[in-house]
Design a protein around this ligand. Structure first.
Ligand SMILES: Nc1ncnc2c1ncn2[C@@H]1O[C@H](COP(=O)(O)OP(=O)(O)OP(=O)(O)O)[C@@H](O)[C@H]1O
Length: 575
């Protein structure tokens, strides 16, 4: 499927709404023609009936226009907003299927820019810019054709002059595009910095008094201003020149007509005046093309950005369904992160039997998270393979793979939605009773009932209304609800109070029951019961085995164990 097939459309060019706007333009252009016609009649006959008919005709076209405009606009806005929804959904679906590495390379700012600003310009294009172009072109055409018919010299010279102006505008589009593209890039940068700063507002307040006078955000905003200003400086002279050419072409057309008038009759003088009126009327829609071409360019940039996002290849998915067994086997897996020289993992080989608990330990940066990310196919190994139930994970359909693995990350990701719906992310079809059972098992039910609106309470952006420990238990409840045979748990590093810790341990025990559990452990005390401990050092397996076996065989493990025991004693003394 090509990129164009994936790019949702905003309705075809020949849509009824556009036809409506075209007829509206023709009627608008016909109004000066009607005035001209009745003026003409008034010269030869009794002016009173001509004036009356003129008013009736003008009122008639005005009413007809209103009657047409209403359904046409409704149709166009429905198309625009419908297209916007489809496009935003397509982007989200694509992001979900994209390798995490590719997503990070694009950057969150660009994604936010695409779903907000870029799609807004595309919606605006469908509801406003394109219909306005059609309507203005219709007015322009009617006025100029009328001018040619009434007095060819005026009409033809106006067409010639305005064509030069429009050619100039299309020639200047490249300059316009450069300025607007720079502005779009700066805007993406500003939204990324704003997001980072909004999330880290507490840090900002503590360290920079929240002002960020010379900080990253201020610099990004200044770059946006400079980019926009540079664009304006490039565009303004062209826009001014274009409007001047349009106005001058009308003036020149009238001048030429008068110049070639010779000794024609009074009737001819009236025709000339009417053609001059029509040419002046034509300058109004012609001038509008300056701002419309800027909007056209913004929509083009928006479309190109969305297309670029949708062109990122998805993680190739296998054809096999879910495996029947859930033992996990790493076979000589090596992997280096993009942009790094040292491998994050080197020749990793170990087996995690079904239903057992495997714990990964090691110093910061030793490769624990990367090891688990490879299991979820966030990245692809450079060498080696990972098997689940004897099947290479690359051969398993990506949806099937995601249903058999439930991750609980350290940064508990909650959406600004109700508590119930945040848990239901684990299994969208779950009933209220099932959500509540999962919350009970994760030792979070009582906390939820402590809120006035219980499960209907909104958690706030990123779960701001919950504590760190509560957020993590929410995520454990989500994983329990998912009921996947393989669970990955990235243990929290932050110091939890004993009560919270006890609740989390209960939640983890509920989560582990009957499942293959992988734990990225930071505190060794909780892992004594593990079936297998894998000790990583600089991306390599230094030792693996049970707690007792490692105490005997691995000096590094003994050292880590002693340090962890000291930390524990210190924490207990503190509390
Ligand atoms: N997205 C990334 N891009 C580049 N390098 C990365 C990326 N993620 C991790 N790394 C690097 O890969 C190595 C292993 O990192 P990883 O996060 O897997 O270690 P970890 O053992 O989980 O660390 P921690 O205990 O601090 O969470 C580190 O050197 C890290 O800097």
């Amino acid at each position: 499927m090509g990129v164009n097939d994936r790019l949702p459309d905003f309705g075809s060019g020949g849509d009824a709404g556009l036809v409506g706007r075209m007829i509206d333009g023709i009627l608008l252009g016909a109004q000066p023609l009607l005035v001209a016609f009745f003026l003409w009649r008034a010269l030869d006959a009794d002016p009173a009936p001509a004036a009356l008919w003129c008013i009736i005709a003008l009122a008639g076209t005005a009413i007809l226009r209103r009657l047409l405009l209403w359904p046409a606009s409704r149709r166009l806005y429905a198309l625009a907003y419908g297209g916007g929804v489809r496009m935003r959904r397509a982007i989200l679906a694509h992001l979900v299927g994209m390798p995490l590495g590719a997503f990070r390379a694009i950057g969150g700012g660009k994604v936010m820019q695409a779903v907000s600003e870029d799609i807004l310009w595309l919606e605006n294009h469908a509801s406003h810019t394109r219909p306005e172009i059609v309507a203005n072109a219709a007015v322009l055409a009617v006025c100029l054709v009328g001018a040619v018919v009434v007095w060819p010299v005026t009409g033809l010279s106006a067409i010639f002059g305005m064509a030069i102006g429009l050619a100039l505008l299309s020639f200047a589009r490249r300059r316009l595009a450069v300025g607007l593209e720079r502005r779009a890039r700066s805007l993406a940068e500003v939204s990324l910095v704003l997001q980072e700063q909004a999330e880290g507002v507490a840090v900002l307040r503590a360290f920079a008094d929240g002002a960020d006078a010379d900080g990253v955000f201020a610099r990004a905003v200044e770059r946006l201003r400079d980019g926009a200003w540079r664009g304006v400086r490039k565009i303004t002279p062209i826009a001014v020149l274009f409007r001047m050419v349009i106005d001058l072409s009308a003036a020149l057309a009238i001048f030429l007509a008068v110049f070639t008038f010779g000794d024609a009759s009074h009737a001819d003088a009236a025709r000339l005046a009417i053609s001059a009126l029509l040419v002046v009327c034509a300058t109004v829609p012609a001038r509008n093309f300056a701002s419309l071409s800027a909007m056209l360019e913004l929509a083009r940039i928006g479309r190109a950005n969305v297309r670029e996002l949708l062109a990122v290849p998805l993680t190739p998915t296998g054809r096999d369904g879910s495996p029947e067994a859930f033992d996990v086997h790493y076979e000589n897996v090596s992997f280096t992160h993009r942009g790094r020289t040292a491998p994050a993992l080197e020749d990793i080989t170990f087996k995690a039997a079904q239903g057992e608990m495997t714990v990964l330990i090691g110093a910061n940066g030793s490769g624990k998270t990367t090891c688990m990310q490879l299991l979820m196919r966030f990245w692809e190994p450079d060498r080696g393979r990972i098997l689940i139930g004897g099947r290479d994970i690359r051969d398993i359909d990506s949806r099937a793979l995601s249903t058999i693995i439930a991750p609980v990350f350290q940064e508990a990701l909650l959406f600004d939605d109700t508590i119930g719906d945040n848990i239901r992310v684990g299994r969208p079809s779950a009933s209220d009773e099932e959500v509540e059972a999962a919350a009970r098992a994760a030792a979070i039910h009582d906390v939820i009932l402590g809120f006035e609106r219980g499960y209907q309470t909104r958690v706030g952006a990123l779960g701001a209304r919950l504590s760190g420990g509560e957020r993590q238990r929410m995520c454990i409840a989500r994983a329990i609800l998912k009921d996947a045979p393989i669970v990955i748990l990235d243990e929290a590093t932050s110091a939890l109070d004993p009560e919270n810790e006890e609740a989390i341990q209960r939640a983890i025990a509920a989560l582990a029951a009957g499942r293959s559990l992988f734990v990225i452990a930071h505190d060794l005390a909780s892992i004594v019961a593990a079936d297998r401990i894998v000790l990583l050092d600089g991306g390599r397996i230094e030792a693996s085995g049970s707690h007792e076996a490692l105490l005997v065989s691995s000096p590094t493990y003994r050292r880590l164990w002693r340090r962890s025991a000291e930390m524990r004693r210190w924490k207990m003394a503190q509390s």
